[in-house]
Design a protein around this ligand. Structure first.
Ligand code: CDP
Ligand code: MG
Length: 834
């Protein structure tokens, strides 16, 4: 057997030593203190919500006066000229006709379910009716209404809209709160927040003291947070008999929710939409005369591929149920009625690709031949939208800004971009909005007359067997397709172009699978533990549609490996700290370790980068240039995270010289993303300070220059996201334990290296797209993995060794193993202490 000397990097040794000493000395000082005493007391006021008022007689008097003030203010607005105009507008919405019925039902029941066509006024009106009626009944100062939204952007835009409808500024009676951001004041009575924010609020206050109404919006989407919240609220309701719960849903599966809440009454708001004509691919081909040929389809990665080649790949690939049903349907479809040219063209249709050329063709057709009205195009995701936008920009008609206003609409756009989407363009200019499925229900663009539907949406799914999250464009459900079509009939009769054959539509599933059944459950499990909701499996079995036991088991196992849960599934000190930080557990762990090891600054940058998005841009036509620009930042360090760090630091330096913009342009960096990272960093710092994890910024950075240490902290967070590296003659082969061979995304600095002089890569994310791809990786040494990968204080040394493979059998000499174990245990204890 080959013998190997083990050398821990000396600086690492020193650091651990140093911290062990300070840790030991701390322990002496806090002789009587239970380690838990170091846990920060979260401050209520930083989390969206209202503090329970102190009800002394004096306070009662103040509240009464306040309520009367609010009522007078509301009356003044309603009687003003502008207020009257606004009232008229609001009365024209379908929800208004049901106002009395809704308020009555709410006063007589603890739970009600409201459904209605998108745009009928559920989100903007219903919470407002409740607020107005509370204020009119002189309960204005004591009511507290929380309305949850699945997305940040809708929470923000709806709050702004409702404040405007009330003639107020945001932060008066209406406010919003989303992760790390919000506007709300002392008098805010109606708060729009993301579902995640309400879950965090529940962490601090399990019975929602002082809250009078909870409105959960868009429940038909069956998001994970919403499903989770419903379980928690269902358990809470008997303990808070005066709390009202209102569930709002767009489509007609209200019965499901009603029966979950013991037959809660349902109220449907009849909506009005104009009729919409549907065209499927065969009609579109006949109408436009466009021919699909074997070579002209461009797939969503922007590469031309022949249909035959793709067909072969498709056959080899394990097909998803819907995709294969759709294909079968296509093959069996009755195409006799079509003209022969269309039939031939249709047989070239490629179900695996989003045909950009086809979309371009349909858009040109509408712009040239059809009446005025905005076009809403449903794409699968952000990258698709960007690539299509690039392609359309160079089109003679669609790229001409005097004729076409081309806009993108997705979850991460900023508010100025958002406003453009709602505005009507000047006469003669055609508005085209490229959107993700968020424009299906949460955002209503009023002037849309034409809808183009690619039939797919990027859907996260989760392969529990291989414990791998997948992000693939998947066929949408019939409910989604109907919803997309409906967006065309807002202002006048509309038209909807579906870029797939009718037979494929017929094969769609009725509804999409709920998110709880298709995503990893780690964050959720941590929350269940933090909220002290008992056994994770028992709790999740109470969901509307409970997740697979294997998925639950995987999540629990993960939390044990990173040291957030102990062997008995109890929350550890680390786990409790992680639950206070509004980032994924792995990112939270990095922040905590960055603070412990005094290299916080660089770690905050990396964590911010990982939670915003990649600032490195790879424009379609300049891929090579962009990749070499990124490689410069890597400096041969074999780390995407360190490259990000250098790029950010370089930008900060350039900003000081007033040349930040030019620096970004030269280096293919997104200025907007770097700014977002910058602001997130500041928020992290405040958060860490507020929760008591950091007291002195300078002290927290004494080791920030030390690359080895940064790698170690990255490893602590990313583990067990780890793959082994074997350098072959001409290539590098990578393997993870669960997936076997894996590949790197091409824009990773490690993908460019002919060899990687480290035995391991830790990575942030793996995604299954045909093969398993790793995003953002950092190379690390054995000793770093040994010391910082996972935790052994729970007695998991066996698992720990197994994780590193048989390699360790000869790696560990008995004496050294003992030293290592001591060191590792001390280190784990240190992590749990701080
Ligand atoms: O929630 P639901 O889909 O039922 O409708 P809503 O979001 O309350 O929208 C009601 C009306 O207000 C629609 O016609 C929207 O276009 C309009 N609205 C608006 O003009 N600006 C906003 N920021 C939000 C809604
Ligand atoms: Mg809504």
């Amino acid at each position: 057997r080959p013998q190997r000397e083990v050398v821990l990097p000396s600086e690492l040794h020193n650091r651990v030593d140093y911290h062990l000493k300070s840790y030991l000395s701390k322990k002496v000082v806090k002789k009587d203190g239970h380690p838990d005493n170091t846990l920060p007391t979260p401050r209520m006021t930083t989390e969206g919500g209202f503090n329970e008022q102190q009800r002394t007689p004096v306070a009662e008097g103040i509240l009464r006066r306040k309520s009367i003030q609010l009522r007078n203010k509301q009356q003044d607005w309603q009687e003003s000229v502008e207020g009257q105009k606004m009232q008229e507008l609001r009365k024209s919405l379908p929800a208004y006709k049901e106002k009395e019925a809704l308020l009555n039902a709410i006063s007589q029941n603890q739970v009600i379910v409201v459904s209605g066509e998108t745009g009928c006024g559920k989100t903007t009106q219903l919470p407002q009716y409740i607020l107005e009626s509370e204020i009119e009944s002189a309960r204005g100062a004591t009511c507290s209404i929380i309305c949850t939204q699945p997305r940040r952007i809708s929470a923000m835009s709806v709050a702004e809209r409702v404040a405007a409808e009330r003639g107020e500024n945001l932060g008066d009676s209406v406010g919003y709160k989303v992760r790390l951001e919000g506007i709300k004041g002392r008098d805010t009575r109606l708060l729009f927040c993301t579902t995640g924010i309400l879950l965090r609020r529940l962490l601090l206050d399990r019975s929602l003291q002082g809250v009078t109404h909870v409105i959960v919006d868009e429940i038909h989407e069956r998001g994970m947070n919403e499903d989770f919240l419903l379980i928690v609220l269902k358990e809470l309701l008997p303990r808070r008999p005066e709390l009202k719960l209102i569930l709002m849903s767009a489509t007609l599966n209200a019965e499901l929710f009603s029966s979950y809440f013991h037959g809660a009454p349902m109220i449907h708001i009849p909506g009005f939409t104009y009729p919409v004509r549907s065209y499927f691919l065969e009609n579109i081909l006949e109408m436009t005369g466009y021919r699909l040929s074997t070579y002209n389809q461009i797939d969503n990665y922007g590469q031309e591929k022949s249909w035959k080649m793709q067909k072969q790949q498709t056959v080899r690939k394990k097909k998803t149920q819907i995709a294969s049903a759709a294909e079968d349907a296509l093959e069996g479809a009755d195409m006799r009625e079509l003209n022969p040219r269309t039939r031939e063209s249709l047989s070239c249709w490629n179900p695996d690709s989003i045909g950009f050329n086809l979309i371009e063709n349909v858009l040109t057709h509408i712009c040239k031949k059809e009446r005025a009205g905005a076009i809403l195009v449903f794409m699968t995701g952000w990258d698709d939208i960007n690539s299509l936008k690039d392609q359309l920009h160079s089109h003679p008609l669609l790229g001409d800004p005097t004729k076409v206003l081309l806009l993108a609409c997705h979850g991460s756009m900023d508010s100025s971009e958002q406003k453009l989407i709602f505005n009507k363009p000047e006469d003669g200019i055609r508005k085209i909005v490229l959107a993700t499925n968020m424009a299906e229900t949460s955002i209503t663009i009023n002037d849309v007359v034409f809808v183009v539907d690619c039939g797919k949406a990027k859907e996260t799914s989760y392969d529990a067997l291989n414990n791998t999250p997948c992000l693939l464009p998947a066929w949408i459900s019939k409910a989604s397709a109907r919803q997309r079509r409906g967006r065309a009939g807002r202002v006048q009769p509309g038209e909807s172009y579906h870029l797939y054959p009718k037979s494929v539509y017929d094969a769609f599933a009725e509804y999409q699978l709920p998110e709880l059944l298709r995503t990893p459950l780690q964050c959720l499990c941590l929350q269940i533990k933090t909220l002290q909701l008992g056994s994770i499996s028992d709790f999740l079995s109470k969901a509307l549609q409970p997740p697979e036991p294997l998925s639950v088991q995987n999540a629990i196992e993960y939390l044990k490996i990173i040291g957030a849960l102990d062997d008995n599934e109890n929350l550890t000190v680390l786990g409790r700290k992680l639950s206070v930080l509004p980032v994924e557990p792995k990112l939270g762990k990095m922040l905590i370790l960055g603070a412990i090891f005094n290299c916080l600054d660089p770690i905050m940058t990396v964590v911010a980068g990982l939670s915003v998005r990649d600032p490195f841009l790879t424009p379609f036509d300049k891929k090579d240039l962009a990749e070499s620009a990124k490689a410069q930042f890597s400096g041969g360090d074999n780390s995407d995270h360190l490259a990000l760090l250098r790029a950010y630091d370089g930008w900060k330096a350039a900003e000081r010289q007033q040349s930040g913009g030019e620096y970004c342009w030269r280096n293919f960096l997104s200025l907007q993303t770097l700014r977002a990272i910058d602001s997130l960093r500041k928020q992290f710092y405040h958060l860490l300070r507020d929760t008591g994890l950091v007291d002195n910024m300078e002290k927290c950075n004494t080791w920030s220059h030390d690359q080895h240490l940064i790698r170690a902290v990255l490893c602590s967070g990313l583990f067990p996201g780890i793959c082994s590296v074997v350098n072959k003659e001409k290539s590098v082969s990578l393997k993870t334990m669960e997936d076997g061979p894996v590949l790197l995304y091409l824009n990773s600095v490690n993908a460019q290296e002919p060899r990687i002089p480290y035995p391991w890569l830790v990575f942030n994310e793996k995604v299954k797209v045909n093969s398993v791809f790793l995003r953002d990786s950092t190379a690390v040494s054995d000793s770093v993995v040994l010391l910082f990968g996972g935790t052994v204080s729970r007695g998991a040394i066996d698992g720990h060794l197994k994780m590193l493979g048989g390699y360790l059998e000869f790696f560990m000499k008995p004496g050294l193993a003992a030293t290592y174990l001591t060191l590792k245990r001390e280190l784990d204890e240190l992590i749990h202490m701080k």
